[in-house]
Design a protein around this ligand. Sequence first.
Ligand code: ADP
Length: 255
Amino acid sequence: MLDNVKHVILVLSGKGGVGKSTVSAQLALTLKEKGFKVGLLDIDLCGPSIPYLLNLEKQDVHQAEGGWIPVYADKEQKLSVMSIGFLLNNRNASVVWRGPKKTAMVKQFLTDVCWGDLDYLIIDTPPGTSDEHITIMENLKTVKCDGAVIVTTPQQVAIEDVRKEITFCKKTGIPIIGLIENMSGFVCATCTECTNIFSKGGGESVAKLVAVPFLGTLPIDPRIGKLLGKCCVTELPDSIWAKMFSTIVTEIMAK
Ligand code: ADP
């Protein structure tokens, strides 16, 4: 039930493995740190990674009279999370479903979860533009979707796919909050030199080309994979991630 959800933000990517779920989780954590009540919905049915990234893998969703009670990521219950990962028997179980079953599951996440009063609902989507995206857009018609954050990496092959996400947003009328280029360079800790492992600047140039806001670049940072829900990137000292997430959240709050 989304009746008392004030804002909905989608996180999209053309390809898998570009950091979309990491960005979704960190957006949710940063908004929570700002004092908002936040929900994080993982509709990546075939590759749910939010339970792992937030260290919630052993948690269960409970069924109450009014619907499913989401998993709370914190004691204060300011960050509620829903993912198919909570409904599977084990981490290695695979979801091999055709479109109609996926559609029904996504609908259920929107209608049967007791989200309660939320300032923001962040939706982590699967890569590409598939059944899950179409279902979300059809079912969000009654709720205002504030916009989408699109994540890419600098490689040409990822940039080509990100253009499809932009076309999808334009076709379905989702405002684009902006594009993030993740895994953009790695700064060596010993020599402080930046190596652009996957090249650089592709995200910014495609953003310019299709006239969508460019939110900035996120470097490869080995600390990111180790966070596992323990803290929000805004707490990482000397981190470009911390600055970027403060900027993105300010953009979102201004919507
Ligand atoms: P996606 O949702 O696009 O499939 P994930 O967010 O699951 O991608 O990220 C894939 C992996 O890459 C995760 O292990 C995550 O911790 C790691 N990762 C993402 N971005 C970075 C980064 N900038 N630096 C280091 N590791 C990263």
